[in-house]
Design a protein around this ligand. Structure first.
Ligand code: SF4
Length: 489
């Protein structure tokens, strides 16, 4: 029987991972640059673990990558291979115990582990490990994976040990692991979280997004397959691939394409920017309205808005694509500010209207999603204050009605504006003249996929895993395990 997952009170992870093996130069600087490229995936902490052939070295700090490392920190991380991690803020504030990579020493060596995702049966695995004498220093699921893998490595070879851990842990994960001089990349059997393999001139890279590989001047080779283990050989000598779990139906997170990933990343063979533009085109086809101007909520709505305006102009609509909201680049995403008060203040800190684009005109405002609705209603208010005659809102994702249990901070239903409201009620709440979301059908078409191969949990309430407390109309071809309490957050 699955154990009760401790999801409710633990940090929600949305992280970036990287692993690098290079021929004859230290990997730390490349890891550092990669973490910069993945900074959008987590701003609470950053860390690097390297191995110099003799021992493991680590530096893990709270804060942005640029604050967590200085030159001497990088110089003190010798070794031609290593892993790195950036981590998302916790709901309750910073939490140093859960900064990663997580390191553990055991009888036959050391292990560093970086994790993006969320297990749904970590409580059960933790209980079993504790019964065998393992002592934990945090309540995070990453430590559970590290201990389980370390235990397996005592008795088995590397591939068998990983295979065994993958059989035991359930949920979403992309891992990079430093074991001895080898760097490992593991993607969960449903491919819920992204992981990409790439090549640089003198070695190989594993990263959450291909933009990290681009940053190093490298090239993406391919996505790591669901349930695949990729081992980067020491000194950039090559890589090996092993399928360590059966591939059930995939459950790629559609929201990576809509919001989280960088537009210049290629995930699961799709350039995110093109997916967003295509969704914008489909948004016009499904619910286009001719207004004087179409404008994005920067930056996340930009690709959608350009696709939408292009499709509108293709059929003769005289709608102008223009920037109407200017962004202060030094303020973070409102979606990941820790408290509601901070989020509200941040909207006005972050965006300022360009009056000449807006005054006396009808406006279509395009965004990728509406989560709490706070940002949308404040932006609409800003547009009216700047003289907009009408404000119509079009959204590049279906309405978000349910939390995420796969490692994304989607909060509780109470905090989701669309959870218990009709589209008309949400429109009224945010103060728009009209509001339309894109359909799930458009999402699946833009990703050349089917709804069965995507995780759409936050827009359908149907998850790829059995989540206790959720009212599921589940696809029985998917594995069911684990449980979660969604009543507290
Ligand atoms: S529930 Fe939503 S955000 Fe979470 S993994 Fe699924 S699609 Fe992604």
């Amino acid at each position: 029987m699955p154990g009760k997952a401790k999801l409710a009170n633990k940090p929600r992870e949305k992280c970036g991972v990287v692993g690098i093996s290079l021929e004859d130069r230290d990997a730390a600087r490349s890891l550092y640059y990669s973490l910069y490229a993945l900074q959008h995936r987590g701003q609470e902490s950053a860390g690097i673990v390297t191995h110099d052939g003799f021992q493991q070295h680590e530096h893990v700090e709270m804060g942005l990558v640029g604050d967590a490392f200085d030159e001497s920190d990088i110089e003190q991380l010798p070794g031609t291979q290593g892993i790195g991690h950036v981590r998302y803020p916790t709901a309750g504030g910073v939490n140093e115990c859960c900064a990663q990579p997580f390191s553990v020493s055991f009888k036959s060596g050391s292990l560093g582990l970086a994790h993006n995702g969320n297990l749904v049966n970590d409580g059960e695995v933790r209980d079993q490990l504790e019964a065998r004498g393992h002592a934990f220093t945090s309540n995070g699921d990453t430590e559970v994976i590290a201990h389980d893998l370390a235990r397996n490595l005592l008795d088995e070879g590397l591939v068998s040990a990983v295979r065994e851990t993958v059989q035991r842990i359930h949920g979403s994960y992309s891992l990079t692991v430093m074991h001895g001089e080898k760097v490992l990349g593991v993607r969960d059997p449903q491919g819920n979280r992204p992981l990409v393999l790439g090549k640089v001139d003198d070695g190989y890279v594993l990263a959450s997004e291909s933009s990290a590989i681009d940053t190093l001047g490298g090239e993406r080779i391919r996505d790591v397959e669901p349930g695949e283990l990729v081992i980067l050989e020491p000194n950039g000598a090559g890589y090996e691939s092993y399928q360590v779990a059966d591939k059930p139906q995939t459950a790629h997170c559609f929201f990576e394409h809509v919001y989280f990933a960088r537009p210049d990343s290629v995930l699961d063979d799709h350039l995110v920017y093109e997916v967003r533009r295509e969704l914008g085109r489909k948004l016009w086809e499904e619910s286009g309205i001719e207004t004087d101007v179409v404008m994005p909520v920067p930056d996340s709505g930009r690709a959608f808005a350009s696709g939408y305006a292009e499709a509108a102009n293709d059929v003769g609509a005289k709608t102008e694509f223009a920037e109407g909201l200017m962004k202060n680049r030094y303020v973070g995403r409102t979606f990941i500010m820790p408290t509601q008060g901070e989020r509200e203040q941040a909207v006005r800190l972050k965006l300022n209207p360009i009056k000449s684009t807006i005054d006396g005109r009808t406006v279509t405002l395009i965004d990728d999603s509406i989560v709490r609705g706070t940002t949308s209603s404040q932006l609409i208010e800003l547009l009216y204050e700047a003289g907009a005659e009408e404000v119509h809102v079009r959204i590049g994702s279906p309405s978000i009605i349910a939390p995420c249990y796969m490692g994304i901070d989607m909060k509780t239903r109470e905090e989701l504006i669309a959870a218990n409201r009709s589209v008309e009620d949400v429109r009224d709440e945010i103060g728009a003249d009209s509001l339309q979301y894109i359909s799930i059908d458009a999402i699946t078409k833009a990703l050349d996929s089917s709804s069965d191969d995507l995780c759409l949990g936050c827009v359908t309430g149907e998850y790829p895993y059995d989540i206790e407390g959720e009212d599921l109309d589940r696809d029985i071809s998917r594995p069911t395990f684990g449980s979660a309490d969604n009543t507290a957050d």
